[in-house]
Design a protein around this ligand. Structure first.
Ligand code: AMP
Length: 523
């Protein structure tokens, strides 16, 4: 949006607004009336106002509207900070920094920002629900926070309020740093005008000692906050007083040391940059990942009978080859940690109402044709005939399906059968083509063919959003197809329909495929 926020936030108007009695109620009573937007609900309330979920008709996309609450005598500072937030966020285009589309004032003078909408939750909610996050998940999130901070710091800006509520977590695994309302530009600020020396700006638990003392802060203040964040994610509490070492919570020595360095009172003793924290975390992640793969491979190997072992082995061989193709351990970890499609851990999801579709799945009764195995939450198909497995769920209305899969052998289609408002549809991925959805016999011709080229041994992450009016399918976070169901024939009978009796199902044609993290969430 460039300078448009600054153009639109007319200083006189803002000042007048700041001095009127209307202020007290601004942003807290009725939903804002904004032409061009449908307000769909409140996403959250923060120190600066209310954030609404809204549909922007012009952009035809969901956005977050941040409508600011006025703050009595501090109004001029508040306005400055608001302008700053808009200006800074608009400058940054980074996958780990929340995007900003526009900013303006409501008819009563209330300022607002139009922000990228994150379909998910914030880290504070995640910590509250899970109490303690898994090590790998904690590292994955904090690496992305550091990536975002690194971009912010490279503009000469210090965030100064890194805390869980300011880290947004998308359901697709994205991580976005937000809320630059109290940030500081190192190049232009004299540390008094907007930062109110002597006043604690930021959030006490996460604030570096120099910041709470009103001293000079630089990017290492954000690194201190990152240390608190990481400690809290792993230990479930912020590090206060004589806090317990992270090793008590299963953290390896290197991780404990790194967090302790971030938490040093003396900024000189902390890591010098967010980039270096990210780098060290990636190394630790890689070590943890190595441990997990070794454990998982031996666990699955011993739990499977005969032919399935070959498939699992083939997958690990294929995975191993992929790792060898990656030139260094660091690069491997880096590529994993920057992929926005990485699925959060299943147990975290369950808390949010996600259903693990493998839970209690009896493959013997659920299988149609062929043979499947359920190896501790990984579903494995055989590779002979076209075979199908019912997932024992008949979702209606809006819902989301997520899963990861790897093809071990063969080249036939890999399909998810989804109940929809017009009948059963097939979301199909293949070696040379992909159809989303394949609308049964009568309408099959409508399905646009796309080259997808599923490769052996590569893990793909799929997200399918089903609503009454459309199906949107994504692979590795790329939208492959958004299908409107409104104009389609009703009561579609896909080729699997009769066998399916309205249930969610997976189908595989002449391939051995491993499916994991099969999750469903009703909306
Ligand atoms: P804030 O005022 O920025 O602290 O936001 C308050 C709460 O609203 C956050 O903690 C989030 O839960 C939610 N929220 C803020 N921005 C967004 C966004 N862009 N997309 C989705 N939820 C958001």
């Amino acid at each position: 949006m460039g300078d448009s926020l600054l153009d639109k936030l007319d200083a006189q108007k803002m000042l007048a607004w700041a001095l009127t009695e209307k202020l007290d109620g601004v942003g807290t009573s009725a939903d804002p009336d904004l032409p061009g937007f449908d307000i769909l609900g409140v996403l959250g309330r923060g120190g600066m106002g209310t954030v609404y979920k809204a549909m922007h008709h012009g952009l035809d996309r969901m956005v977050a509207l941040k409508v600011f609450t006025a703050r009595g005598g501090e109004q001029d500072l508040f306005i400055e900070r608001l302008k700053r937030e808009g200006r800074l966020m608009a400058q940054l285009e980074h996958p780990n920094v929340l995007g900003i589309y526009d900013g303006d004032v409501l008819s009563d003078g209330t300022p607002y920002l139009v922000l990228e909408y994150v379909n998910g939750e914030d880290l504070q909610e995640r910590i509250y629900e899970c109490k303690r996050l898994k090590l790998k998940e904690s590292i994955r999130i904090v690496v992305k926070v550091c990536n975002g901070l690194s971009a912010v710091h490279s503009l000469g800006v210090i965030h100064r309020d890194i805390k869980p509520a300011n880290v947004l977590l998308g359901k697709n695994g994205s991580v976005k740093v937000t809320d630059f309302g109290v940030s500081k530009e190192t190049t232009t600020d004299n540390n008094t005008a907007l930062t109110m020396t002597g006043t604690a700006i930021g959030t006490v638990d996460y604030m570096s000692p120099e910041q709470s003392n009103g001293g000079v802060v630089d990017e290492r203040a954000d690194i201190y906050s990152v240390g608190v964040l990481l400690y809290e994610m792993i230990a479930g509490v912020t590090p206060r007083g004589a806090f317990e070492p992270l090793g008590k919570f299963g953290a390896p020595k290197e991780l404990e040391k790194l967090v302790m360095r971030c938490l040093q009172r003396d900024p000189d003793k902390r890591p010098a940059s967010a980039a270096s924290v990210a780098q060290q975390l990636k190394k630790i992640y890689k070590q943890l990942r190595g441990r997990k793969v070794r454990n998982a491979s031996s666990g699955i190997y011993s739990g499977l009978a005969g032919v399935a072992c070959l498939g699992v082995l083939a997958m690990f061989i294929a995975r191993g080859m992929r790792e060898l193709e990656t030139s260094s351990a660091d690069e491997l970890a880096a590529s994993e940690l920057t992929a926005t499609s990485e699925l959060p851990v299943v147990t975290d999801r369950k808390v949010r109402g996600w259903v693990d579709l493998c839970d209690g799945l009896d493959v013997v009764t659920a299988t149609r044709n062929g043979q499947w195995w359920n190896a501790d939450g990984t579903l494995i198909s055989n590779d002979k005939p076209a075979t199908l497995i019912q997932l024992n769920q008949r979702p209606t209305g809006a819902y989301t399906i997520e899963y990861a899969f790897t093809r071990v052998s063969g080249d036939g289609d890999v399909v998810m059968i989804v109940p929809s408002s017009i009948g059963l549809l097939t979301v199909s991925l293949g070696t040379n083509s992909m159809q989303i959805p394949e609308l049964g016999k009568h309408t099959r011709g409508l399905a646009e063919q796309k080259i997808h080229n599923l490769q052996l041994g590569v893990v793909y992450h799929v997200v399918i959003d089903v609503t009454d009016s459309e199906i949107v399918a994504r692979v590795d976070d790329q939208t492959l197809e958004a299908w409107s169901l409104d104009a389609q024939e009703k009561n579609i009978q896909g080729k699997w329909s009769r066998a399916e009796a309205g249930k969610l199902a997976l189908g595989v044609d002449g391939s051995q495929v491993l499916f994991s993290q099969l999750l469903m969430q009703l909306k």
